[in-house]
Structure formats: structure tokens, C-alpha cells
Design a binder for this molecule. Sequence first.
Ligand code: NAD
Length: 476
Amino acid sequence: MRESAANYTSVQEIERIHKIQQNYFQTKETYSITYRYKMLLALKKSVLEKENAICEALYADFKKPFFESELTEFLIVVKEINRTIKNLKKWTKPKSVSSGILNFPSSSKIIFEPYGNALIIGPWNYPFQLIMAPLIAAIAAGNTIVLKPSELTPHTSQLVAQIISELFDPKFIAVVQGDVEQSQKLLSLKWDYIFFTGSPKVGQIVYEAASKFLTPVTLELGGKNPCIVDETALLKLTAKRIVWGKFVNAGQTCIAPDYLLVNHQIKSELITYLIEEIENAYGKDVFVSPDYPRIVNQSNFERLQRLILKDHIVYGGTCNLNDLYISPTLLDLSDLNSSTKLEQLPEVMQDEIFGPILPIISYSDHEELDYWVQKFDKPLALYLFSKSKKMIDKISIDYAFGGGAINDVIVQFTNHHLPFGGVGKSGIGSYHGEKSFKTFSHKKSIVHRGTWIDIPTRYAPYQGKIKWIKKLVGWL
Ligand code: NAD
């Protein structure tokens, strides 16, 4: 077992930090754009200096390969800081909008105001990126911030705490380390914004706690993401892309394909290609591959091990508790019936898998496909591999999901022009790029009326005025 580097924050310290941040926000120092620039530049410098330490912490936490740490954590954070610094002036500028004839004469604008004291709670699966990306946006928007990284990746959480304490006064940004106890203490306090990334189950707890103070929230949650492959897909390329997206981070990715829905005519051929691509990526003995991470802890390992249906393994299925290793595993579940009730399905098909196990289900027509997709709550992601325009249109219109991709997986996450978030049980709100800045900003609307003329139509006495109002409204 890996040792813990946890250094939990006391309940008294949490209360103290909360209070000093509330007081500090009142000084309005964080309203200054220059101040925000300074803080973002300092954060950038530190992250760049700690590139190696970040990758080492991630390796210590779950043997995340250096390449994956660079690609999916370090570089994403650096890009996000650069983009935010570059656009800060533009994003924070009040936005003029049309006033409309009814308010003549006037001008109207939207001011982006910091919410105040923001709480950011992160998960363990991309423990650096998923705590730093919202942090960058919260700084840009002028909030004071408390970060609560995951206790399951103690080395990365400790490094985040170190970076923050070296750079910032806790009255501006502080890290609270801990588990459920610290998290629930934080949630018992009043915040002006809560940004949570994690499971739907804990998301519900966060939402309930936030409702006590009517605190606005972003909930970045998970779901059971279908990946559909129809008979027109280019199978070799499809397999290559699915293998990458499913087994990067050992399947512990919120937008990884959770299960495959494959047209029955091409199922066998696709499985052959999937096996080929797994071996191309990780070799015949995945255990010794330097490019394959481990499961984050024993309880997740045991949960995943339980999901592997021995009689349905077509590839993999090897588990090693000492190393928290589960090999890339393909399960052929084509004997499942689409009309089976959710609660009667095998456990692996009841909830988000969040690990390197890929069930393969076959369908024969669109009706069956609909049955499968709509059996589950709206997922965070949906993928389709197809050349058929009809199929692409069907998927985009008929199914509700957070976001997705055609002929690839995961890549929607990397486009900062696309808001990233779930729908229904997979989340509330979204972020990335300018949307992240807006997420942490209250949009304050102001109409500035002119005083040189005062059109009397709206004032009492009203008699005879409604026809003029109707004319005006109809004319607009
Ligand atoms: P989790 O919900 O167990 O934990 C997330 C955070 O909540 C942690 O910091 C944890 O300490 C805290 N927490 C745990 N139990 C709590 C409780 N009872 N009360 C208050 N706080 C509590 O999630 P996880 O295991 O860290 O991450 C996996 C989940 O996160 C998956 O469902 C995955 O899909 C989802 N996820 C979503 C996104 C996204 O961007 N939508 C990204 C990554 C992960």
C-alpha cells in the first residue's frame, strides 16, 4: 500500500480561515485587476518551477505516467493560466448591451462582479488540474478562495497546499486538507460560490448544503458514458481512439467511454481491433508497461475487481492487489437484453465504472440503441463512431448528454470554446475558457437612464395610454 502524506486541517483552523477570508473580501482588494494579474503571474511562475514535482507527486499517488501528467495536468493548467492572463482585461471589462426603445433614453451594461468567498472541492482522478483550473478562474474573477483537494491523492494535495501557502496569504487563498470530516465542516459554512467536482452522490450532499444559504453552485459530476460504434465506422481507427480514451489514467476519467454499444454485425471485428490496439499501446504484459497507471486506492480496486464478470472476459481481467493493478479488461455483454430493468443488470452496468473495464454490448437496430442509452441518467459524455450523417444527426438530437464527440473520445474537453459540464444527474453548470471566468462572476445588470427627457406613458393616470403601449410593443 502507498503511504499517506496527509496533513489534515483542524476544524478550528477551517473556521478561522473562513472568517479572515470574509473580512478580507470586504476590503475589495481583490476587485483590482492589477492585483489579479499579479496573483496569476505568481501562480504561473510557481507552477512552471514545480513541473517535475507535480509529475512526481502524481506518480507517487497512482503511478501516473509522466507523459500523462504533462499532457492531462501540467500543460492544461499552464495553458489555462496563459489564456486567462492574456484575456483578463477583455473578460473583466463591463459589457455594453442594447437598452431597447422602452428604456429610451438610456445605456445598459453588465458588470462582472466577484461573488465573494468561493469554495472549490476537487476529486482525486486529475487531482492537480481539476483543482487548479477552477482556482485560476476564481482568481481572475476576484474572489477569495478555499481549496479542498482530495484526500485520496495525498502527495498531489500536499503539493497544491505547498504551492498555495508559499504564494498567497490565507486571507486570499487557503488550502484545507482532509476527508469527509473537513469537507462537511466546510459545507456547513456560508459561501458565496461552491464549485464541486466529484461523484453525483457527493454532489447531492454539496447541493443540499448549498441550498441552506442559497449559495450558487457548479457541480461537475459523472455518469455512464455510452460510446456507440455503428456499422459504417472505420474500425481500426475507432479501436485505437477508444483504447486511448478508455485506458488513459487507467479508465479513471469522468468522460472516458463507460461502455460500448456496438452494431452486432461488427462486434467481433471491433473486439479483435481493440485487443490489437491495447497491445500496441501497452505491450502484451501491461503490468510492466511504464505507460499504464494504477488504481487510486484499495477500496476502488476492490470495487472494480467485483465488477469483472469472469465468464464474460474477452481480454484482460488480471488484478494485483499489492500493486493496485487492474489490466485493461474487455467484457462481452452481448447476451444482455435491452429490455432488462436497470436494477436487474449486472453491477458493472448499473453505475459509472470509473476504471479500466470496458463492457461491450451489441445492438441490432435504432430502437434497441434508444433503449440502452435512455435506460441511464443523462450522461456527462456520449460518443459516436460513424460515417453516417443520419446517425450523427440522430445522436446529436435524440439523446441528452453533457457533451461529446463524433469519431473520437474525450477531445471535447480540450476545446476551451466549448462549455464543459453535465446535464441532469451528471452536473449543473459548466466551465472552461471565458466560461470559467463567468462562472465565478456575478453578472450585475445596470440600466443608466438619461434625465434630459422623461416620456410619461408609464405613469398614472393610465387612462387612454394602453393603446400607445401596445403600439409601441407591436412596433418593436
Ligand atoms: P467524490 O465525490 O468521492 O469526492 C470528491 C470530493 O468530495 C473529495 O474532495 C472528497 O473529500 C469530498 N467528499 C467525499 N465524500 C464526501 C461527503 N460525504 N461529504 C462531503 N464531501 C465529501 O469523488 P471522487 O471519487 O474524488 O471522484 C470521482 C467522481 O468524480 C466520479 O464520479 C467522476 O465522474 C467525477 N468527476 C467528474 C469530473 C467532471 O469534470 N465532471 C471530473 C473528475 C471526476
